[in-house]
Ligand binder design. Structure first.
Ligand code: GLV
Ligand code: MN
Ligand code: MN
Length: 421
């Protein structure tokens, strides 16, 4: 019966395109338009206001909590039952495409639009959510809003996080008008569902239409500060240097070695995504380097071993390069498994719609992994073109790919929304 209802694919694409105009920039290197809606910037504020307008236009009641998460509710026939929540994020990395996170939020709104058009009421209420700073690119820790809502990160700790200019999350929320008054601790919804682009090559290369996400791999982020001695590049003999950039480069190469060594499994990943030298000038040996380390592994034990390895290496490099190295953990999540019944429901819904599907672990972090600590959670992936490239303006999924994922989400949602316990 549920299959009779399907979303409007072009309407979904149009709404993704529309939000994609907010924070649009021209990427010189790629010659393409990209999206920059870094969390709690003016562009993010504009995106937020636009999406809230869409929520209200669909008859939803909007609430904003104390970390700026936005929840939009549609009543159910039995309105006191816990709602089914769907959502994701609309903040972006500074060099994004239009789909990351937005598909989950706008797909959920498209589902509401479809239910409204069909005058379909559900037993349980529904909530469409978008969470603050999923990306972590500005304030240094990812899934911030959903982690506060589910209790992993205390509100005070989140408020005190700063960006590179020293501006706090609390100040930026207030400036943007998104420091809401609803309690930040979320009452557990009956279930949480999220549709997202895969952000990798697997589905597309195997010609699969739907990814049934089994869980999310472990993530560990470090901020590493290396203190050497700045000196004249022309006059300082090589053996008299304490070069912070050499130390950083050695750590970066070590990350690649450890990921490729096989010692931490075949799926180990290591990235040094940011490197900031000081003073950062052509003729000065850098006296200080601030760098980031991003480790991912789908096995908790192997992740812990990899972390121990790189931390020991920081000490080795400090000794050998005669620099001081301090590091701090900026984000850390264990592997998360999604609810097996929701996984089965996603696979069955895909089969009923004649869509091929594949079970897979998510390589990227998602709000759903935070919600999984609070309630039964599940994720649907859709394939992406160009090897599923993401965090890049070239990120692209077709109208059909997106609609397939959201239709599967709709089927699972309708099933869950009729459950009484
Ligand atoms: C979030 O996009 C991540 O870094 O996985
Ligand atoms: Mn995302
Ligand atoms: Mn992302």
């Amino acid at each position: 019966m549920n299959q009779a209802l399907s979303i409007h694919p072009q309407r979904l694409t149009d709404s993704i395109q529309k939000l994609g105009q907010i924070g649009r920039y021209y990427d010189e290197t790629l010659g393409l338009d990209g999206v920059n809606r870094l969390a709690l910037t003016a562009a993010d504020g504009e995106g937020r206001r636009h999406v809230i307008e869409q929520m209200r236009a669909r008859g939803l009641t909007v609430t904003i909590d104390r970390i700026g998460n936005v929840y939009a509710r549609r009543p159910g026939r039995k309105d006191s039952l816990a709602p089914i929540m769907m959502g994701s994020h609309i903040d972006s990395v500074p060099t994004a495409g239009m789909f990351d996170g937005c598909l989950g939020v706008l797909g959920a709104l498209e589902i509401i639009h479809t239910l409204n058009d069909a005058q379909r009421q559900t037993t349980r209420p529904m909530v469409v959510a978008f969470f603050t700073d999923e990306e972590g690119s500005r304030f240094g820790t990812d899934m911030l809003g959903s982690a506060v809502a589910t209790g992993r990160i205390p509100l005070a700790e989140a408020y005190a996080l700063t960006d590179r200019a020293g501006r706090t999350v609390e100040r930026e929320l207030r400036t943007l008008g998104f420091l809401g008054d609803a309690a930040e601790k979320l009452t557990p919804p009956h279930a949480y569902l999220e549709c997202h682009i895969e952000q990798g090559p697997v589905l597309r290369s195997r010609d699969m239409e739907i990814g049934v996400v089994t869980g999310v791999q472990s993530i560990s982020w470090h901020e590493v500060t290396i203190m050497g001695r700045s000196a004249h590049a022309g006059t300082t003999p090589m053996e008299l240097r304490a070069d912070a950039s050499v130390a950083a480069s050695r750590i970066n190469l070590r990350l690649r070695e450890l990921a490729r060594s096989g010692k931490f499994g075949t799926q180990m990943r290591g990235t040094m995504g940011a490197m900031t030298p000081a003073p950062g000038l052509v003729n000065i040996v850098p006296g200080r380097m601030t760098v980031t380390v991003d480790l991912r592994n789908p096995d908790d034990q192997l992740m812990r071993a990899a972390e121990a390895d790189i931390i020991a290496f920081y000490e080795q490099v400090a000794r050998e390069e005669e620099v001081q190295i301090a590091w701090r953990q900026t984000a850390r999540t264990d592997c998360v498994s999604f609810d097996s019944r929701i996984q089965a429901a996603i696979a069955e819904a895909a089969t009923r719609r004649g869509l091929s599907h594949l079970s897979m672990v998510s390589g990227a972090g998602h709000d759903a992994q935070e919600l999984a600590h609070l309630t039964r959670a599940g994720m649907v992936f859709v394939p992406g073109e160009y090897n599923g490239i993401s965090h890049n303006p070239r990120e692209f999924s077709t109208t059909e790919q997106c609609a397939n994922g959201v239709n599967v989400l709709l089927d699972v949602l309708l099933e869950l929304a009729e459950q009484h316990d």
